[in-house]
Ligand binder design. Structure first.
Ligand code: ATP
Ligand code: ATP
Ligand code: MG
Ligand code: MG
Ligand code: MG
Ligand code: MG
Ligand code: MG
Length: 278
């Protein structure tokens, strides 16, 4: 339909290219999941089926989009990180965000019956919002990831205590809220231990740490363990050689996507997987 008299309307489109050479984070979040989790009677504070479903959808997204380096999820949200050299959709924000949101939502609905076999979905169907944010340095990106995981920890400790007070302590939500107002982490740990014999440290890692989804290269090439220095060197060569970049793309596409529940605030996780940020 080239050169019709209507074509001028295309000029109304606004450019929305994300800043080059920055780490792109797309965070999606379930719309109205407070209500949604009540409708499908999610167990409180953590429904494992709902978390496993979020993770299955996220794993499918990471598998379908090899440009994604790592993803982190908690509750009804997921953050997807694109490498700073990513050129997907010429880095157009609305294209990237809408593709992530629709791919995630499609898989969430596709996998629903696997995790909730006895509760069919009915309208209003689950939906997600999304946004893209650019982080110019690895430190900023690490701080972003730390921010989400710290949030997971704070909320989970609060929710675990809150729901223990209600479910096991027999008090109502208002009383529980009052009781927890102004308490520090140590106070909540103490309430859990003294009143309910719960050692917070022994809670499942998926609840305490959230979920990390990434490509595990070492599982793909067993026995070819590289030191951090060697991987750094390799990363340099990749930039120099197009051939190598092509190879790298292929091994990314082939690499197994894994889901772990690890600390991503400390250096250890990143130091052990230098390919994630190189
Ligand atoms: P918005 O549309 O603004 O995001 P929302 O109701 O989704 O509104 P959130 O701040 O995103 O608000 O909160 C998510 C809600 O979903 C929380 O109330 C949380 O308890 C609930 N939720 C999400 N996942 C789970 C889960 N696995 N188990 C139990 N509850 C969950
Ligand atoms: P992109 O991801 O860039 O959008 P695309 O392959 O989806 O790539 P479009 O320009 O969106 O490219 O074109 C949509 C394609 O889908 C066209 O080839 C069109 O013929 C085909 N298509 C869409 N709907 C139908 C339909 N109902 N029947 C037959 N073909 C269809
Ligand atoms: Mg929200
Ligand atoms: Mg939400
Ligand atoms: Mg949320
Ligand atoms: Mg199309
Ligand atoms: Mg089209």
């Amino acid at each position: 339909m080239a050169n019709s008299k209507f074509e001028y309307v295309k000029n109304f489109e606004q450019p929305d290219k994300l800043l080059p050479n920055t780490w792109i984070v797309v965070r999606i979040d379930g719309r109205g999941f407070t209500k949604f989790s009540t409708k499908y009677t999610f167990s409180k504070p953590n429904d494992i089926r709902a978390l496993d479903l979020m993770n299955a959808a996220a794993k499918a997204v990471v598998t379908e989009l090899p440009e994604i380096t790592i993803a982190y999820g908690v509750s009804d949200e997921y953050s997807f990180v694109f490498h700073k050299t990513c050129s997907l959709f010429e880095r157009r924000s609305s294209k990237i965000v809408s593709t992530i949101v629709s791919t995630f939502t499609a898989y969430y609905i596709h996998y629903w019956s696997t995790y909730f076999p006895d509760t069919p979905l009915s309208p209003p169907l689950p939906s997600f919002d999304g946004r893209a944010v650019c982080y110019p340095s690895v430190q900023n990106l690490r701080d972003y990831m730390s921010w989400r995981q710290a949030d997971c920890h704070i909320n989970n400790l609060y929710n675990t205590t809150f729901w223990a007070l209600i479910q096991q302590g027999g008090i109502d939500a208002l009383e529980a809220e009052k009781m927890l107002k102004g308490t520090l982490a140590a106070d909540k740990n103490e309430i859990l231990w003294s009143k309910f014999n719960i050692n917070y440290n022994n809670e499942p890692a998926i609840y305490k740490k959230g979920s990390v989804v990434f490509r595990d290269y070492e599982l793909v090439q067993p026995g070819t363990h590289n030191t951090a220095a060697e991987v750094d060197q390799q990363a340099e060569q990749v930039q120099q050689s197009k051939n190598q970049a092509e190879k790298d793309k292929k091994s990314r596409a082939k690499a197994q996507v894994v889901i772990e529940h690890l600390d991503i605030i400390k250096d250890e996780f990143w130091d052990q997987r230098p390919w994630l940020l190189s």
